[in-house]
Design a protein around this ligand. Structure first.
Ligand SMILES: Nc1ncnc2c1ncn2[C@@H]1O[C@H](COP(=O)(O)OP(=O)(O)OP(=O)(O)O)[C@@H](O)[C@H]1O
Ligand SMILES: [Zn+2]
Length: 468
């Protein structure tokens, strides 16, 4: 199956052909660990986890690296506020990251390198850049990358050097030669954590860590570099600059960037302070609703965050859970169906959507069609077809997107039948109250059901109910 992705570097949809046939090496920029992760941070986690699962499904051996930026001004400031050292802050939020990733059902990467584990390698890379004339130390021991030494700086973001100069403020306090230059090594201030280097005691700048860790773990050129589109400039642009300086080529063959989670016009961000934590979202709406919220729009589009949107996705998830539970109530250990043309056809449509620049909304439309068919088959008593539909949802589509693997069994302990009985007896009670003209109590029952997303419809044949 041919896979196409939109490559941010080439600015077009291209066929995805890994450097080494059959295997994919990918690197995704991870969080700076000074707080719990928010729903914005969850987007690249969920999207690239699903893309990795999809690549594995179509036959690739995938190696995924996702870093932790464990040293940074924000971590140092946080540590100072709490009166602890930087490592306590970093370790705390790395542990909390894994907690959240686990509750979301995002698989761990093959490697989760931390910046501070690679300081000697970073120092060595900076030394090489200085030797090659791409970087220079300043009097106070900082080291900068010389942007103008590169012919194609701006190739990823499409920014031109002239425009950058016009937009750049000359930062007088810094010792760099050119306002465009970015820092590779920062001298430490008193009380800051520092590492030895030939220039001064200090710490790495942000961009160099990803260049070094990706190269050490995946090689000089790997297949796919991912992250949020907020990282295109300057982070990924500078990663490309550093790689060209070190190896003569960009680090990755393809670049994929997810769009932003937006809150009232701003990017959801710790620094803006408009965040909604992953654990809060998962606690209130469940992991599948959060993932569906992130996957039901194309990964490159922005998504406006709202709790109503999570609520809507929770309802969609409940439709799937209801169908799966209904099937499991009848067949607790479902068998493997015979693969036939119908199964193959649904699977092809699903995979074709994902092969076309990972079009998850289109793939999910196929999934929801199959959910409808599962219910229809059960209504019609067609057990064999129901098994096929169940199989597609639970064992093919779900695992490819990282959805519906667990949770629906315990989500609602009662079976569909027992819930139906409960609702029907409440409806009967309400009718009795109405007969006795006790309308206030009757309305209380209606409202209570409505709060549970159950709508009552009074008809000449009696009262019916519907899940909203
Ligand atoms: N609102 C968002 N929508 C989508 N992706 C995001 C959003 N915010 C961050 N990301 C992505 O999350 C990953 C980790 O981000 P990082 O820790 O650098 O923090 P950040 O959330 O951007 O920082 P801050 O919240 O302080 O602005 C990156 O791939 C980044 O692109
Ligand atoms: Zn990075």
């Amino acid at each position: 199956m041919k896979v196409y992705v939109y490559d941010t570097l080439r600015k077009e949809k291209v066929e995805f052909e890994p450097i080494e046939p059959g295997s994919v090496r990918m690197y995704v920029c991870g969080p700076t660990v000074y707080n719990y992760i928010h729903v914005g941070n969850a987007r690249p986690m969920v999207v690239f986890d699903a893309f990795r699962r999809f690549l594995e499904y179509v036959g690739y051996k995938v190696t995924l690296v996702q870093n932790f930026t464990d040293i940074d001004d924000k971590i140092i400031n946080e540590a100072r506020e709490w009166g602890v050292d930087w490592k306590t802050v970093a370790d705390t939020f790395i542990a909390e990251y894994f907690h959240d990733a686990h509750t979301l059902g995002v698989r761990a990467a093959n490697f989760h390198p931390r910046t501070t584990d690679f300081v000697p390698e970073i120092v060595e890379a900076i030394e090489r850049m200085i030797q090659k004339g791409f970087a220079y130390p300043t009097a106070n021991g900082d080291v900068y990358f010389s942007v103008r030494k590169l012919e194609n700086y701006g190739m990823l973001s499409g920014k031109r050097i002239e425009d950058l100069i016009a937009g750049a403020r000359v930062e007088v306090s810094e010792h760099k030669k050119d306002p465009l230059d970015f820092v590779l090594w920062k001298s430490g201030k008193p009380q800051e954590p520092v590492w030895d280097s030939p220039w001064c005691k200090g710490r790495p700048g942000w961009h160099i860590e990803c260049s070094v860790m990706s190269q050490k773990l995946l090689g000089e050129m790997f297949d796919l570099h991912g992250g949020g589109e907020d990282l295109i400039f300057p982070h990924h642009e500078d990663e490309i600059a550093q790689s060209i300086a070190l190896t003569g080529k960009p680090p990755a063959k393809y670049w994929m960037h997810n769009g932003m989670i937006i809150v009232r016009g701003d990017k959801m961000s710790k620094s803006v302070g408009n965040i909604f934590l992953v654990r809060e979202a998962v606690g209130r709406y469940g992991k599948d609703a959060v993932k569906l919220f992130l996957l039901s729009k194309h990964y490159r589009s922005p998504i406006e965050f709202s709790e109503e949107a999570l609520e809507d996705n929770k309802r969609a998830v409940n439709r799937v859970y209801g169908a799966l539970r209904r099937f499991n109530d009848k067949y607790p250990y479902p068998l493997v169906p015979k693969v036939d043309a119908e199964i193959r056809d649904y699977e092809t449509r699903f995979l074709e959507a994902l092969s076309d620049d990972f079009n998850t909304p289109q793939a999910l439309a196929v999934l929801f069609e199959v959910v409808k068919e599962l219910n229809r088959s059960m209504d019609e008593g067609s057990d064999e077809r129901a098994l096929k539909m169940y199989h597609l949802i639970k064992r093919v589509f779900g695992p490819i997107l990282g959805l519906f693997d667990t949770g629906y069994e315990t989500e609602q302990k009662a079976s569909v039948e027992s819930v139906d009985k409960l609702i029907t007896s409440l409806i009967d009670l309400r009718s009795e109250f109405r007969k006795n003209k006790q309308y206030d109590i009757a309305d209380k029952i209606r409202n209570a059901l409505s709060e549970a997303n159950i709508v009552l419809i009074d008809t000449p044949e009696g009262t019916k109910y519907e899940w909203r």
